[in-house]
Design a protein around this ligand. Structure first.
Ligand code: ATP
Ligand code: MG
Length: 430
């Protein structure tokens, strides 16, 4: 026997049945996708699907050279034909905006868009953190806000409600101001960090000049006091930025959406300004952030488009579903309505013909395949979760009848084939 080939580390198979090291299954995932389609539709957002591979330059320009994602987490390779550097997408916003600029979608109208799909980052795999993971993202492009900021946050809250996990998530909110305000704050912050350089760990010292805000985002407990006392961006905000933030908070209050203001919330990627937010939970251990987003008004211009406002968020499907699985409510029904059994010469073809007729009437029908005793087949019918078994054996074939068995009540009737549908539907409803 040849050696088995295994999946790439940190990349999961999603199977009908959950596995020991990856506890999600495809039925839950599919039920979630159905919710996402209905949810985005109810807010009037339209789907966009972009390629999984993009030119590396797109991500470098949008996410920022100094971020961990670009610095060490991308899957990058060169296209052998034309030596172009390509990367698997580590997130969805850059691709989405690239497509919007390329196709001039903002020419006449603002756009409300959503996407869903796999993302790739070479991080250390652990529960809730993978190298291939999946996101749902929402982008509102061409709106200045703050109304759309509030709508987006309300939209995320509405999804948690639909999934039955609203009470397990906390909204953290912050504002990053505009570029000039951030620059003034940055200068003050670097000066402050330089005063405390002796305290800093290696990571923080490296980031001090490249991305000083990220130093404040440190998880190192020894640096918390220093980080807490650092100059705050709010002290550098002008009236416009403050007004945007206040208006957003007023609307959230009016919508009954509670939030915790977190002045240290900066987000991992470089492109944010004004509103930033995260939804976190205390139920997933270290991987606490389920959803993150914010405003990135400069990004469309940065990618070659005409200047336009933009705001969006992305949620991690794996983390969200781990939460839903344990605490939420998501109706999953992947059992067939009918399990079709057959026995005897020619019966499998007759079963197939009848199954086709039932499916045409909207029923989900699992056809037993292969030869087995009726008893063994009935066992499988029970295990399938179907409410009804339909049997065609020699007798039924001769008389053009079908035997219908109610697997819940064990009642059984043999009826003319033409009357089967009616009885099945009657029992299905009961
Ligand atoms: P984290 O702080 O957990 O690394 P992040 O700030 O890098 O998250 P974003 O880039 O904002 O995450 O992506 C949005 C969401 O995607 C996250 O809140 C999280 O739910 C999910 N996510 C990010 N990276 C991973 C990963 N490696 N595995 C699984 N989910 C992820
Ligand atoms: Mg990260």
């Amino acid at each position: 026997m040849s050696q088995k080939i295994q999946a790439v580390k940190g990349m999961n198979d999603l199977l009908p049945v959950a596995q020991k090291d990856f506890k999600l299954n495809s039925a839950l995932w599919q039920a979630f996708e159905d919710v996402v389609v209905a949810w985005t539709r109810s807010f009037g957002y339209h789907q966009i699907r972009t390629p999984i591979v993009e030119q590396t330059g797109l991500f470098v320009r949008s996410i920022g050279e100094e971020t961990d994602v670009i610095g060490k987490e991308m899957y990058t390779f060169s296209d052998s034909n034309d030596k172009l550097s390509l990367s698997l997408r580590p997130e969805g916003t850059a691709s989405c905006l690239r497509a919007v600029v390329e196709h001039n979608l903002l020419y006449n109208n603002p756009q409300k868009l959503w996407y869903m799909g796999p993302m790739f980052r070479r991080e250390r795999p652990q529960k809730g953190r993978y190298r291939q993971f999946h996101q749902v993202g929402v982008e509102a492009l061409g709106f200045d806000g703050p109304d759309v900021d509030a709508e987006l946050i309300a939209m995320s809250a509405n999804l948690w409600e639909r999934l039955g996990i609203r009470e397990h998530l906390t909204l953290e909110l912050n504002t990053l101001g505009n570029q000039q305000e951030r620059a003034a704050h940055r200068t003050a912050l670097i000066a402050y960090l330089q005063q405390h350089e002796a305290l800093l760990d290696e990571d923080s010292r490296r980031r001090m000049h490249t991305n000083p805000l990220r130093v404040l985002d440190t998880k190192n407990p020894d640096l918390q006091a220093m980080a807490n006392a650092a100059p705050r961006l709010t002290e550098y905000l002008g009236t416009e930025s403050l007004a945007h933030y206040d208006a957003l908070k007023n609307m959230l209050d009016g919508l009954g959406i509670r939030y915790v203001e977190n002045p240290r919330l900066v987000r991992g990627l470089d492109y944010y300004n004004l509103t930033v937010f995260e939804w976190t939970t205390d139920k997933l251990g270290a991987q606490a952030t389920v959803c993150g987003g914010g405003r990135y008004n400069g990004l469309i211009e940065e990618l070659g488009g005409k200047p336009a406002s933009a705001i969006g968020f992305a949620l991690g499907i794996e983390r969200l579903l781990l939460l839903v699985q344990e605490f939420g409510q998501l109706a999953i029904n992947n059992a067939p309505d009918v399990y079709f059994l057959h026995q005897g010469e020619g019966s499998s073809l007759v079963a197939m013909q009848h199954a086709a007729l039932l499916r045409a009437e909207g029923l989900n029908v699992y056809l037993h395949c292969g030869e087995q005793s009726l008893k063994a087949q009935l066992k499988k019918a029970d295990a399938s979760g179907a409410a009804i078994a339909v049997i065609v054996a020699q007798e039924e074939q001769l008389n053009n009848t079908l035997t219908i068995k109610n697997l819940r009540t064990h009642e059984q009737q043999t009826v003319a084939a033409s009357a089967a549908l009616q009885l099945i539907q009657q029992w299905k409803k009961a």
